[in-house]
Design a protein around this ligand. Structure first.
Ligand code: PEP
Ligand code: MN
Length: 300
């Protein structure tokens, strides 16, 4: 997938189309490894039995944070029964307040491992500190980079050295081009398995937690071969808006979604208001399945 041989776009153009081009227009995009123009084969990332990219529609679901064994295992079983293909859960939590629940750290990773063994679902979990990469990567099937670390370039470079796929969230205030350049740091450092995740950006609007930039999906699909998924939960911040935006994500061509689900959202230690109950998630999966046939997507 990494086309180191692709020096300039001009290399791929017939001579007649090169001559009238201005010098700058012949330059490569600053995200040449992520660029679809330089690498015209779509990347499909296999994680266990799940495929991210291609014709499938990956559904990553689970609680915001790993809280305890009962909560984690019950939620994992519920999302698996509803048809999720990967399990999420944070053990290292990037909280705005230092006094909020910060996650269970390695104890949380062990509970994720238990949930994986009980359900067979691969796990996605966040790394916040580069010092924790070896630990997190030893438990995770996919290592997540959160919105706040989306432009932590030294962390991204180090994730280029691991053998696990990286789910990279778009920064709160990053443009689509900056987002692609963040992915480029990981690719350029040697890890070709990057999944992009649009999770809402900061705008003046306060009715939702962030503003889901759905238009980023077709724009990214035009610019990159990497899979692109949507996290409607952190985008909208209210559980009742999650389903509509998850369905919109499928309609605009996303390769999957990441959704927060909790067995008892009212007791959640983090992000309860945006977490779906298992029955709500099950209903969403049914809707996505019927939409999938219309949009040429296989939803499990
Ligand atoms: C998360 O997915 O747990 C999370 C903290 O999301 P974000 O980085 O998008 O806020
Ligand atoms: Mn959350």
């Amino acid at each position: 997938m990494i086309a180191a041989h692709c020096e300039t776009i001009a290399d791929t153009l017939p001579v007649t189309s090169i001559i009238p081009m201005a010098r700058d227009a012949r330059k490569l995009p600053p995200y040449r490894l992520a660029s679809l123009e330089c690498n015209p084969i779509l990347t499909v990332i296999q994680v266990g039995k799940a495929l991210i990219g291609g014709k499938g529609f990956a559904v990553i679901a689970g609680p915001c944070s790993v809280e305890n064994e009962v909560q984690m295992v019950a939620t994992a079983q519920a999302v698996k029964n509803a048809g999720a293909t990967l399990l999420r859960g944070g053990a290292f939590k990037p909280r705005s307040s230092p006094y909020s629940f910060q996650g269970l750290a390695e104890e949380g990773l062990k509970l994720l491992d238990l949930a994986r063994r009980k359900t067979g679902l691969p796990v996605v979990t966040e790394v916040m500190d580069s010092g924790d990469i070896p630990l997190v990567a030893s438990y995770a099937d996919v290592v997540q980079v959160g919105t706040r670390n989306s432009q932590n370039f030294s962390l991204l470079r180090k994730l280029g050295n691991i053998c696990k796929p990286v789910l990279l969230k778009r920064g709160l205030m990053t443009t689509i081009e900056e987002f692609l350049m963040s992915a480029e740091y990981i690719l350029a450092a040697g890890n070709p398995r990057v999944i992009l995740c649009e999770r809402g950006i900061r705008t003046f609007e306060t009715a939702t937690r962030n503003t889901l930039d759905l238009s980023a999906i077709p724009v990214l699909k035009e610019k990159t071969h990497l899979p692109v998924i949507v996290d409607p939960s952190h985008a909208v911040g209210h559980s009742r808006f999650v389903g509509p935006m998850a369905k919109a994500a499928l309609a605009v061509g996303a390769d999957g979604i990441m959704v927060e689900v909790h067995v008892t959202p009212e007791t959640a230690l983090c992000d309860g208001p945006q977490s779906l109950r298992p029955a709500e998630f099950d209903g969403l999966m049914k809707d996505l399945r019927s939409m999938g046939s219309l949009f040429g997507r296989d939803v499990k």
